[in-house]
Design a protein around this ligand. Structure first.
Ligand code: PMP
Ligand code: GLN
Length: 378
């Protein structure tokens, strides 16, 4: 069989979670919370099912949810997306990104990714028939290098994928970064896919600079988010995409023949939940506490902490702890120390090894404490 994705195996998240289970390790690898969501949200799903919301919703999503998402973006970022034509509910951010790429990329078009990047981007571009152009984020700091991004843009560039707050590096793009990007793209026809799934996890008083805040970016952007991250329900797989009507019309052509539409009762529940006083506003403080607890625990160890400005990830340099490469270190740490982590090399096409691994701190404080007890032995 001739594979469409010859270089793809099983994702690192699946591999490390399986290894964590096998070795009864504390799983700080795959990014997901180990605590419950708000019980009100679960009640809202039951209520939606009991109210009979169990058949296909409209293709683009339940209107009340699209209206709630539109109001949320307008309130936070001052950009009005029309709920009928500019917001679509997706089966998570993953489907939103793949669908956006399938909708706009013609075979042979170039799509720029900034490495390290989330592991679905490159295979998604390949499935869309695009040519992957990898531009490195600045080594060490993971900041965008706009000269390098500019140099990678050619007449064949169809789209650029960005992600802030960033998985895996936990960096956050500033207003100045977004303005620089806006200037860079102004003379081009390059489309933007802005993966903002960690939009509500930004620390130390910094703001999330959504692409929707910048008219020159919003006019060319698919802005993607995910309720899985925001409401601690990664398994529900419901996300959103916002884009100008012309782009959204193309998106929906693919969406209707891809998933057609998304889980009805969960959409009703999310719409009802979003009507409460914005539950996501508590997230920065909630996660900043966990970040600080985890960082304080590692402070006296030989792990060197990188900054964590946003997302629910903390990266550490392991070079004073071990001579192993990142991937082997993560295997060893899971088997022998009982803590699972993700090697950053998994987010690079060439397996680049910089002796940095990623821990997820979206865990109960007690889970973080047990991981820290084990990590402190190193
Ligand atoms: N993008 C990034 C950067 C992510 O970290 C994740 C979740 N791991 C996704 C997209 C996928 O989100 P979803 O589960 O909603 O498909
Ligand atoms: N996004 C999550 C992470 O980065 C994992 C999602 C997945 O398992 N595909 O850990």
């Amino acid at each position: 069989l001739s594979s469409r994705l010859p270089n793809v195996g099983t994702t690192i998240f699946t591999v490390m979670s399986a290894l964590a289970t096998e070795h009864k390790a504390v799983n700080l690898g795959q990014g997901f919370p180990d605590f419950a969501c708000d019980p009100k949200l679960v009640d809202a799903v039951t209520a939606a099912m009991q109210a009979g919301h169990n058949q296909y919703p409209p293709m683009a999503g339940v209107p009340a949810l699209r209206q709630a998402v539109s109001a949320k973006i307008a309130g936070l970022h001052g950009k009005a997306y029309h709920p009928d034509t500019e917001i679509t509910i997706t089966a998570g951010a993953t489907q939103a990104i793949l669908t956006a790429l399938l909708a706009v990329v013609h075979p042979g078009d170039e799509v720029i990714v900034l490495e390290p990047c989330y592991d679905s981007y490159v295979p998604n571009i390949e499935l869309a028939g695009g040519v992957v152009v990898r531009v490195p984020l600045t080594p060490g700091t993971f900041r965008p290098d706009f000269a390098k991004i500019g140099a990678a843009i050619t007449p064949k560039t169809r789209a650029l994928l960005i992600n802030s707050p960033h998985n895996p590096s936990a960096t956050v793009w500033s207003r100045a970064d977004m303005l620089a990007l806006q200037d860079l793209l102004a003379p081009t026809n390059v489309l933007l896919i802005s993966d903002e799934v960690y939009e509500h996890m930004v620390f130390d008083g910094q703001a999330h600079e959504s692409a929707s805040r910048f008219p020159g970016l919003a006019a060319r952007a698919f802005v993607v988010s995910s309720f899985g991250k925001t409401f601690h329900v990664t398994g529900w797989k419901v996300g959103t995409v916002a884009a100008p009507a012309a782009l959204m019309a193309e998106f929906r052509k693919v969406h209707q023949f891809n998933v057609f539409t998304v889980n009805t009762p969960v959409q009703h529940a999310l719409a009802a939940y979003l009507a409460h006083p914005a539950p996501y506003l508590e997230l920065p403080a909630f996660y900043q506490h966990k970040r600080d607890l985890f960082r304080a625990g590692l402070a006296g160890t030989r792990f060197k902490l990188l900054p964590s400005q946003g997302s629910y990830f903390q990266c550490v340099d392991i070079s004073d702890v071990s001579d192993l490469n990142e991937a082997d270190f993560c295997q060893w740490l899971t088997r022998e120390v009982g803590v699972a982590a993700i090697p950053l090399s998994a987010f690079y096409g060439n397996g680049f090894d910089q002796r940095v691994v990623r821990f997820c701190f979206a865990k109960q404080d007690s889970t973080l404490q047990s991981a820290l007890e084990r990590l402190k032995t190193l």
